[in-house]
Design a protein around this ligand. Structure first.
Ligand code: ZN
Length: 269
């Protein structure tokens, strides 16, 4: 379990303090912090609290949402992303994960151009704060409003075009499992030193909610061990992050859910 990281949103009913205590007790080694988990808290002290529990802070979720038909909104996104970078630095998180965004009022190619411009604008601030920016391609079902970057090839293209050690990629099995180019694109990502994060869960069949019905590893149709094998073959040695949004799991006792996460991590990842 020395590489198991759990996202705060996975156990959303717990406060970050409860999550830290229960993750540590269960032997979880890392935590990815969602910004809402920090509401009303001193960020620096919260980072210290997590480190006192021997939890590695893997990343801060999330920045992004760069594209818009409105120049004013694009500018506001830059301001918000700078705040996310400041938060990550105060927390002691080495990277901010980017849900890059899309605006249904314009072509995806325009949104992708605005995403790249947004990331490039942030680079000096990221470097000054020693915080990396991680592009997470999202499943095409979210291409209308959440992300115009929908394949690992598109993410690789963009990271290679920006070509900065401050910009890399998060591979999430939920978003990418269906892609017949996944193996070769993971290798390409590793070869270019752009593979910064690896997120796991499963795709339930049927999926009842496009956002909030993710499954535990082993519960659906994603071959998580195979994809993990490719990611490790590509040189990734970081934490394996369990990221599950699920109304069904949020309704149950979170201690029992955490036990199930650990079993699924051990047996199906
Ligand atoms: Zn993810």
């Amino acid at each position: 379990m020395n590489r198991l990281c759990v996202h705060t949103i996975t156990t959303k009913p717990w406060s970050i303090e409860e999550a830290a205590e229960n993750f540590a007790k269960a032997g979880v080694s890392g935590i990815t912090v969602w910004r809402d988990a920090l509401d009303g808290r001193n960020v620096q002290q919260t980072g210290e609290m997590l480190r006192q529990h021997q939890l590695e802070i893997v990343s801060l979720c999330r920045g992004g949402f760069f594209p818009s038909t409105s120049a004013k909104k694009r500018e506001e996104a830059i301001v918000d992303n700078k705040k996310a970078i400041d938060t990550a630095a105060a927390l002691g998180a080495p990277m901010v994960v980017l849900v890059c965004g899309a605006d249904p009022g314009q072509p995806l190619s325009t949104s992708r151009k605005q995403i790249q411009e947004g990331i490039e604008k942030l680079l000096p601030h990221a470097e000054a704060n020693n915080v990396k920016l991680t592009i997470e391609p999202l499943h095409p079902m979210y291409a209308d409003t959440r992300s115009a970057i929908n394949t690992l090839a598109q993410a690789n293209d963009m990271a290679e075009s920006i070509s900065s050690k401050w910009v890399g990629i998060a591979v999430d099995v939920y978003h990418l499992w269906w892609d017949d180019l996944l193996q070769s694109e993971i290798m390409r990502c590793g070869r270019n030193d752009n593979l910064y994060a690896f997120h796991i869960c499963d795709w339930k069949s049927p999926t009842e909610d496009m956002l909030l019905d993710r499954g535990l590893m082993g519960e659906g149709c994603i071959n998580v061990p195979e994809i993990r094998g490719w990611v490790e073959e590509a040189g990734f040695e970081g934490q394996i992050e369990v990221e599950i949004f699920s109304n069904r799991y949020w309704e149950m006792d979170q201690h029992q859910f955490l036990d199930q996460i650990i079993k699924a991590y051990q047996n199906h990842s």
